[in-house]
Structures are given as C-alpha cells and as structure tokens.
Design a protein around this ligand. Structure first.
Ligand SMILES: [Zn+2]
Length: 501
C-alpha cells in the first residue's frame, strides 16, 4: 500500500497586505519537496508527523511530495498555489492507494476562495473515490467541497493550539481503520451564522471551553467516530467563514446529523460570549501600568493583538509601543517588530552604535482607514543574531523558527527585537536570542493574540489586551466584508438560526 502524505497550510487574512509568495512557505526558501519534506516533517509536533508514523506502522510505503507552511497573510499567490497543489497531484498521478493531508482549512488562493476544497476536489477529479484523510486547524472555515471530497476529516480541539500531533493521530487512526474496513465513515457538517472573535476563542475560557467538552463527549457516544467544532477564522472574507461542526459516524448518517445539530444549537446559544468588545488603547496601557505596581511577580503583558502576524498582521504597527512610550512605561521589551530596512541600517551601524531611526509602520494597509505610521526612536544597537531558533515549547515544539537577521535596539526604557521576517512570539527564544530575559522585564509588548499564553502567562504578573492599529484587529467594523455569508452574528442585527436537521 502506498500513501501520499503532504502538508499545505495557510490561514488567509483577506485584509492583509502581506504577500503570500512561494518563498514564504517553509523557513525562508520555499516549501520542502520530496525527501526534504519528510526530513522537515517527521519529528515535529504537527499532524503530518503522526501521519508518517501511523502509515508506516500500518505497513504502508509513504511518499511525501511537499510540506508547505506559511504564516497567515494575503491570499496565496496563484503560481505558489499551483506549484504546491501540483506537487501533490503529481504524486497522486504517479500512483497511490490513499492520501493523508495536513491542511489548515482557512486558505484562500488568488484563483480559489476555498483553497482546501479546491485542492481536494482536484485530487478527486483525478482519482474519483480515492480515500483521503485530512487534519484541519481549529480555525477552519468548513465548506461542502472540503467535506464532499474527503473520506474523513478531524480538527484541532485547542486554542492556543497544543494538540496538532494528537489531531494527526486521531485523523490518521480513523483513516487507517476505514482503509482496513474496520469502520465505514460517513460525515455530516453544518455551520451556524456566527463569526466568533478570535480573542474569545480560547478553549480554556468559557464559553469555548464548554463547547469543546460537549464535542469531546459526543465523540464517545456509540457509533460516533470523530467530532470537531471549528471556531473559524473571521478575517478570511469567504462564504464559509465562521463556526462549524463536523461529525464522522460509523455508517449512520442520521446519528451524525443529530450530533451536528445538537452542537450547532449549543454554540448558537452562547454566541454572545464569543463577541469581543474592545476599549481605547490609552485605557489598556494605563491599566498595564497599574498592574505593574500591583501584587505578583514578572512582567505585565501588553497584547498587541491587532498586529499578530499569525492572523495576517504586518508585524510592524507601532501604535501600542508609541502609546506605552507616551505614558512613560519603562523597562519594556517588545517582540518582534518586522522591519528589514531598519535591521539592515542597524546592522550596518554595528553593536554599540547610537542611531536615530524610523522603525515600523512601513507597510501600507489599504484595507484600513487608519494607516500604521513609523516611530522615530534614538537608541543603541544592543545585540544582533541570525534569527534562527528552535522552539522549546510548549507550542510548536521542535519547529525551526527563522526571524531572519535580527537586532536588539535599546531606546530609552524600551528594548525592541527588530526582525527581518514575521514570527509570532510564542517562544521565549524570540527575546533570549537577543539577550533579553523576558521574565525580568517590567512590561512585554507581544504581537500575539492567544498563542503566547502557554509560554508567557506562566512568567507574567498580568495580561492586558491592547486594541492597536492593524489588519488582525478583532474590531469587525474596521473591515469591509464582501463575500461573507449574510446575515451573520454579530455583524448583522436580528440574525436567527435553527440547526439544519
Ligand atoms: Zn489556528
């Protein structure tokens, strides 16, 4: 038995100006192809690693045509999409018995609104009936094309994402059981007209926690093989965006539909708890200052969530940093600010040099009314690095991160990690690689949304979410949605819903 195993993962933010070209997949030089895809994938905490291990344990020959991952940004460049899909389709064309794919579920390509549905449809068009197993991110915007063109699909259950490998195991085991005829999977799916804010999707907090408990409990019911509730990625402006449920049952579609309807009704009932209500940035920064004088140990975290690169942010918005300086916060460390031009200038100046420079705010954001602006700072070049680090965890453990050439710039009471590439700060190494011990700072400004929590909350005195300027904002009123299905809660008034069954 030969199984094609591949990864193609991108979460697309329709409002992001960051281009998604082929070279951005991987760690800086494009996707991994062939044996390099396997070498880069088999030891990481992602679904593809579980797929390789399980398939080989079942006696299959594994072929890995491509492993392509890119942090969130604008729709995938047409040529990049064709190249990556082409590698998978070529491997299928050469002959195989099954396919296992590690996908995201909220990918838009320039030529396809539903990037995953399009890829799966092309595989099935080439080989009708070919068994396909899929692992999906919690932020999947599920569509009929994804479900109709897969044998089984299973999604993450955690956000911050910690169960990627386990999701690969759940999907892989179920798929191999189906191939061996031990189960007969049938899938039922549906969505509710609701667009949960990502800041309210933390699965450790209510109401998302309770919904995940319900989904896990449903999976233990007789005849049910897998249950996933996807919170969806709201900044992918497509008809499929929003919350959805996917149930895999053993031969009994009615049973799958009943579970689906029960879970969609449960999610709809708690929709108000999934709405984020922001507040003025100055108020949030002032609260951070108060918390720093209060009880506890470690830094206060200021979460610059509107500029989170793992939601498509440019990672160069300076609005939160500027407000922190305006209010006189000191002993602040910021990570990261992506500004390759500033890095080049600071590297040229050399460690120890004093420099006055405009940092950040260089990427135009045409979808925003308020444009990010550079911040002029005078400081010294404190340290430099090549920007390569291996994540120590607990999120994305073992993966290689490439910040590109990077500099620590110390400007008064603020130390900035300035990078050449966009990386979300979910590992302490982002600071430590440039000589900053994050636990010893008074304030950390993190360009993150939820994913920072497993690493940084344990060392922190407190956390304040800051509504800065950026294309990853949770303020839906900043964006002009064009393809989203309407009406949808909470953007539209008077939305009603009863489950499809
Ligand atoms: Zn996600």
């Amino acid at each position: 038995m030969k199984i094609v195993v591949a990864a193609f993962s991108h979460e697309t933010n329709s409002f992001s100006p960051v281009p998604t070209t082929l070279d951005r997949f991987g760690v800086g030089s494009g996707p991994y192809f062939g044996p390099a895809a396997r070498a880069a994938s088999e030891k990481i905490g992602m679904p593809i690693a579980a797929f390789i291990r399980l398939a080989e344990a079942a006696g299959a020959t594994v072929v890995t045509p491509v492993a392509a991952r890119c942090s969130p940004s604008a729709p995938v460049d047409a040529a990049a999409y064709e190249t990556i899909c082409g590698a998978i389709l070529d491997a299928v064309r050469e002959g195989c018995d099954a396919v296992l794919l590690d996908l995201h579920g909220a990918m838009i390509a320039e030529q396809a609104d539903d990037g995953e549905g399009e890829l799966l449809g092309r595989i099935r068009a080439l080989r009708p009936g070919l068994p396909i197993g899929v692992a999906l991110d919690f932020h999947t915007n599920l569509t009929a094309a994804m479900v109709d063109n897969a044998t089984v699909a299973v999604g993450y259950r955690t956000y911050p994402h910690l169960d990627m490998y386990e999701t690969g195991e759940r999907a892989g085991r179920l798929f191999l059981d189906a191939l061996a005829g031990r189960v007969r999977p049938v899938m039922a799916w549906g969505n509710a007209p609701m667009l949960p804010h990502t800041l309210k999707q933390d699965t450790n907090d209510e109401p998302m926690r309770g919904l995940m408990v319900l989904a896990a409990a449903a999976e233990n019911e007789p005849g049910i093989l897998a249950v996933t509730m996807f919170a969806g990625f709201p900044l992918a402006d497509t008809a499929g965006a929003g919350l959805s449920v996917l149930v895999v049952a053993d031969g009994d579609r009615a049973r799958a539909e009943a579970v689906r309807d029960r879970l969609l009704a449960a999610a709809w009932a708690v929709r108000e708890g999934l709405v984020y209500r922001g507040r003025p940035l100055a108020d949030s920064v002032a609260e951070a200052a108060r918390l720093a004088d209060g009880p506890g140990r470690g830094p206060v975290l200021l979460i610059d969530h509107a500029d989170n690169c793992n939601s498509g942010g440019t990672l160069d918005s300076m609005s939160v940093v500027a407000e922190a300086i305006r209010q006189g916060l000191d002993d602040v460390a910021v990570a990261p600010v992506c500004d390759p031009d500033a890095v080049a200038a600071l590297l040229a100046a050399g460690v120890g040099a004093t420099v006055t420079i405009d940092i950040g705010g260089k990427m135009a954001c045409p979808t925003l009314a308020e444009q990010p602006a550079p911040l002029r700072l005078t400081g010294t070049v404190g340290a430099v690095s090549d920007g390569l680090l291996t994540v120590t965890g607990p999120v994305f453990t073992g993966t290689l991160v490439n910040m590109g050439p990077s500099v620590r710039f110390d400007a008064g009471g603020v130390s900035l990690v300035v990078t050449s590439r966009r990386i979300e700060p979910y590992d302490l190494g982002v600071f430590q690689s440039l000589g900053i011990e994050p636990a010893e700072r008074r304030f950390l400004i993190l360009k993150s949304r939820i994913q920072y929590k497993p690493t940084f909350v344990p060392i922190a005195r407190g956390v304040v979410e800051c509504d800065g300027v950026g294309v990853a904002s949770s303020d839906y009123s900043l964006f002009r949605f064009q393809r989203l299905r309407r009406p949808i809660y909470p953007i539209d008034d008077g939305v009603e819903f009863s489950p499809p069954g």
